[in-house]
Design a protein around this ligand. Structure first.
Ligand code: HEC
Length: 156
């Protein structure tokens, strides 16, 4: 019995070591002029909120912590980043057309109000990313205001 246990532990450790060789590409692109913060004058409090709660998965610049580099955690992070960016990539703001932007802003507020964003697992890992009712209201106020500005620009 003891021998079997020892074999199981050795196999487990070997597997953990082997999977480290299969690492997804890191999401660490250059900050370009198309980033939301470069294209639009975003208030500091909204910038901080987005940086703390959204940009790890919705931009080309994920802030990795040391344990994010270890498989299988790195696989999970990568899948969140890939799927998150597919829906919304704030590093590509400059390349989106006005209607895309307005729809994105609308969804950002909605997802946050519904408590769907940031993802639950992320909030568990980073309690600081959890948004208070006040912060949610602040974000929605900003998305609403920017949408209106974009609409007015479109009509001009
Ligand atoms: C841990 C990664 C992660 C974080 C942090 C995160 N998201 Fe997401 N987001 C995703 C993933 C993955 C999807 C796509 C799958 C889904 O909807 O669950 C997504 C989808 C979305 C969508 C599209 C939803 C739809 O159905 O069209 C919006 C909008 C969004 N997120 C906004 C936000 C905002 C705003 C924040 C910050 C308050 C945020 N997300 C934080 C991973 C994340």
């Amino acid at each position: 019995m003891k021998k079997i246990l020892r074999i199981v532990i050795i196999l487990f450790i070997t597997a953990l070591v082997v999977i480290q060789f299969f690492q997804p590409e890191k999401n660490q692109g250059e900050m370009t002029g198309d980033h939301l913060f470069e294209v639009t004058d975003v208030p500091e409090d909204i910038k901080t909120l987005l940086k703390t709660s959204c940009l790890d998965c919705h931009s080309n610049q994920t802030k990795y912590r040391w344990y994010n580099h270890i498989a299988p955690a790195s696989w999970l992070v990568n899948s969140h980043v890939v799927n998150g960016k597919e829906e919304l990539n704030l590093s590509e703001w400059g390349n989106m057309d006005v209607l895309e932007k307005i729809s994105a802003l609308d969804k950002m507020c909605e997802e946050v109000e519904d408590g769907k964003m940031p993802l639950k697992s992320y909030k568990l890992m980073y309690p600081g990313a959890r948004l208070s009712e006040e912060q949610k209201a602040l974000l929605c106020e900003w998305t609403g205001k920017l949408s209106e500005e974009l609409l007015t620009e479109m009509e001009e």
